[in-house]
Ligand binder design. Structure first.
Ligand SMILES: [Ca+2]
Ligand SMILES: [Ca+2]
Length: 220
């Protein structure tokens, strides 16, 4: 079979011409299309238009709960390993107790955080409180500045708003805190009515996805 076998009829000639045409046109097509898309459609697309947007947050909490029983002066280290690809709105630590042994002599808890294993700029917190005021201690940190989770209406490009509402990897790592118990017991004859307390420790990271909906004004 030689070249003449491919072109010995008008139909074969047409097929060969068509094949050659597509061989030439496909590389040109794929070379030119990204340029057209890059210069035209994308830059003129939704990400580049400044507009009014309804901004809302689809939230998914990640939690860790643990309970410990501590005697007077005992300490417990709590660790919360937080790994997520999502944005993090806030990270909260709540410690509560219910001293029903001798309620007039409420036990207390002191908490000191350790943010040394966390990505981003955060401050360590220290607080204490009474089991009569549950939660005893609440601590909160904001990987996304000013996060509330409430809906907003903002004007700008989609990119600007997505950059504003993002945690950019801040807040991941191992959150840690040390709880120290103080047990207060009623002074009764014949023994101690209270020598320990149960503490509930709850870590919550609120992760979120941003939902942007353009505000369309309908003319009356
Ligand atoms: Ca007590
Ligand atoms: Ca107690």
């Amino acid at each position: 079979m030689d070249f003449n076998d491919f072109v010995d009829t008008p139909r074969k000639q047409l097929m060969l011409a068509g094949s050659v045409f597509f061989l030439l046109i496909f590389p040109i097509y794929f070379a030119v299309m990204p340029t057209l898309i890059g210069d035209g459609l994308v830059s003129a697309g939704s990400s580049g238009i400044s507009a009014e947007w309804e901004v809302s947050f689809t939230e998914t909490p990640i939690s860790l709960t643990e309970s410990v029983n501590l005697g007077d002066g005992d300490s417990h280290d709590s660790f919360f390993d937080l790994e997520t690809e999502s944005n993090i709105g806030y990270v909260m630590l709540e410690i509560s107790c219910n001293d029903n042994d001798d309620p007039a002599f409420n036990d207390e808890g002191s908490v000191t955080s350790d943010i040394s294993q966390i990505t981003g700029e955060f401050e360590d917190l220290s607080d204490s409180g009474s089991c009569g005021n549950s939660p005893v201690v609440t601590m909160i940190w904001y990987p996304t500045t000013n996060y509330t989770g409430g809906n907003l209406t903002l004007t700008g490009t989609e990119n600007e708003i997505r950059q504003l509402w993002a945690s950019n990897g801040d807040g991941v790592g191992t959150w840690a805190a040390t709880l120290t118990a103080e047990i207060n017991a009623a002074p009764v004859l014949g023994g101690i009515v209270d020598n320990d307390e149960d503490y509930d420790i709850v870590w919550t990271a609120m992760t979120y996805e941003l939902v942007l909906t353009p505000v369309v004004e309908v003319e009356a």
